[in-house]
Design a binder for this molecule. Structure first.
Ligand code: FFO
Ligand code: ATP
Length: 196
């Protein structure tokens, strides 16, 4: 199927999930995230940097807050950063996220940290959590179509762990993969973690 077809289908599939279901599945994802050896390996690094997306609640996106809160509680040396969506440049400048950071929802309902300081360069990220609508077992993904994450991942180090989070299992194949599509290393789903 094409990206456009998958985008429409998976938006619909998500819309049918209750908020309670999204919440329970997100908790399962978080448990899988912390149980994974390769991820643990990165999290124990001194001064590790984790880039996370913040969930669009009204779009029934994976809730990343269970992961973020456990990082703050148990991996206090990890620096957590989140991005603002810069629609003019279609880029995602990243800023520190602390428990007391005041977030403001943008036009799509994405909570954003204040962008007062200099952004944290993507070359510093050790692990990136990637939002998606659908993915396949080659690590290709379908997002909302803005190319935001394609651009962000292109600026990350090759050894940065790029991990998708998905409420649904992979699709057989995504058609018309472009050269700019950066593959995920893994995708965590509620019942399974797929390494590519
Ligand atoms: N949490 C999160 N942050 C993210 C993304 C994401 O998918 N999830 N994006 C991933 O690239 C970028 C933002 N891209 C987005 C583009 C469209 C819509 C959206 O809700 N579109 C609606 C209708 C448009 C509207 O409300 O104006 C839709 O498609 O139904 C959301 C995010 C960067 N940050
Ligand atoms: N590194 C890049 N530089 C310039 N344009 C890019 C880059 N990566 C992707 N694009 C362009 O962005 C557009 C959207 O790409 P695509 O359909 O893969 O989005 P997506 O992955 O679904 O969205 P998102 O990354 O926002 O979740 C495409 O036309 C693509 O050519």
């Amino acid at each position: 199927m094409t990206k456009a077809q998958l985008r429409a289908e998976y938006k619909q599939k998500r819309a049918l999930l209750t908020f309670e279901a999204v919440s329970a599945m997100s908790q399962q994802l978080a448990d899988r995230f912390f149980a994974d050896e390769e991820i643990q390996h990165v999290l124990v690094r001194p001064a590790a940097v984790l880039h996370t997306f913040l969930p669009i609640v009204r779009q029934h996106e994976v809730d990343t807050w269970p992961i973020i809160r456990r990082i703050w509680a148990e991996f206090t040396h990890v620096r957590v950063v989140a991005s603002i969506t810069d629609t003019a440049t279609r880029t995602l400048p990243a800023f520190d996220l602390f428990p007391d950071t005041v977030l403001v929802d943008n036009r799509w309902g994405i909570p954003e940290p204040p962008s007062i300081d200099q952004p944290v360069p993507p070359g510093k990220f050790d692990l990136v959590l990637v939002p998606l609508l659908a993915f396949d077992q080659q690590g290709h993904r379908v997002g909302y179509g803005g190319g935001y994450y394609d651009r962000l991942l292109a600026q990350c180090r090759p050894d940065c762990l790029k991990i998708g989070l998905s409420l649904f299992d992979p699709v057989p194949q995504i058609e018309a993969i472009e050269l700019t599509d950066i593959a995920l290393r893994a995708c965590i789903c509620p019942e399974h973690t797929y390494w590519m």
